[in-house]
Design a protein around this ligand. Structure first.
Ligand SMILES: CC(C)(COP(=O)(O)OP(=O)(O)OC[C@H]1O[C@@H](n2cnc3c(N)ncnc32)[C@H](O)[C@@H]1OP(=O)(O)O)[C@@H](O)C(=O)NCCC(=O)NCCS
Length: 164
């Protein structure tokens, strides 16, 4: 397996992985799919992504989002300076590759990416409270669980925060 930064050229593969991951979930409320337009913003400079490939095939993707003044900035909800809050937007892994620590490793690496960037004072992530693999990947990387909020049109989400 190999890892590399994702670019706009990976958008179709990322959307296909997102569709397949969502379709395979036992509990679909765990994943709110990111819209193609938002991913285009991210790969146009409004974020960063890392992909894991098996040969040519994208099998895992982790994506940061830099919302700045956009209305979906979670910093607004938490009374933090939204202009310096980065978001952990997406974590997707083909089921055949789960349980090997890839999520924890990619959360660690993208958190370092946001810290190196220099523009952000915190990174915020969300996960369904029952999505243990997702929540534990973040807490293992030093994110604090700030509690459960109603987000994305009324879904329960833990909000996790790591100061940078
Ligand atoms: C979330 C996801 C990316 C995790 O990927 P992963 O590489 O299998 O996770 P890891 O192997 O790094 O495990 C992370 C932690 O969760 C634990 N874990 C993994 N699977 C678990 C499970 N099913 N139940 C409980 N804990 C679990 C691991 O032991 C590890 O904890 P540790 O650091 O204390 O050892 C993957 O399950 C996935 O793609 N899920 C579907 C999409 C999704 O839910 N995305 C997140 C939306 S917020």
């Amino acid at each position: 397996m190999t890892e590399r930064e994702l670019t706009a050229a990976d958008l179709d593969a990322l959307l296909a992985l997102q569709r397949a991951t969502y379709a395979g979930l036992a509990r679909r409320e765990f994943l709110v799919q990111t819209e193609p337009e938002e991913l285009a913003y991210i790969f146009g400079g409004g974020g960063a992504g890392l992909g894991v490939f098996d040969g040519e095939r994208l099998v895992g993707a982790w994506v940061l989002y830099y919302p700045f003044g956009r209305s979906d900035n979670l910093g607004l909800l938490l009374n933090r300076d939204p202009m310096t809050a980065a978001h952990f937007e997406l974590a997707l892994l083909d089921p055949a590759y789960r349980g090997r620590g890839l999520h924890r490793e990619m959360v660690r690496r993208l958190t370092e990416t946001a810290a190196r960037d220099g523009r952000f004072t915190c990174i915020l992530a969300t996960a369904h409270p029952d999505n243990a693999a997702s929540v534990r990947g973040f807490t293992a990387c030093g994110y604090e669980n700030l509690g459960v909020y109603k987000l994305y049109g009324g879904l329960d989400r833990c909000v996790l925060c790591k100061p940078l």
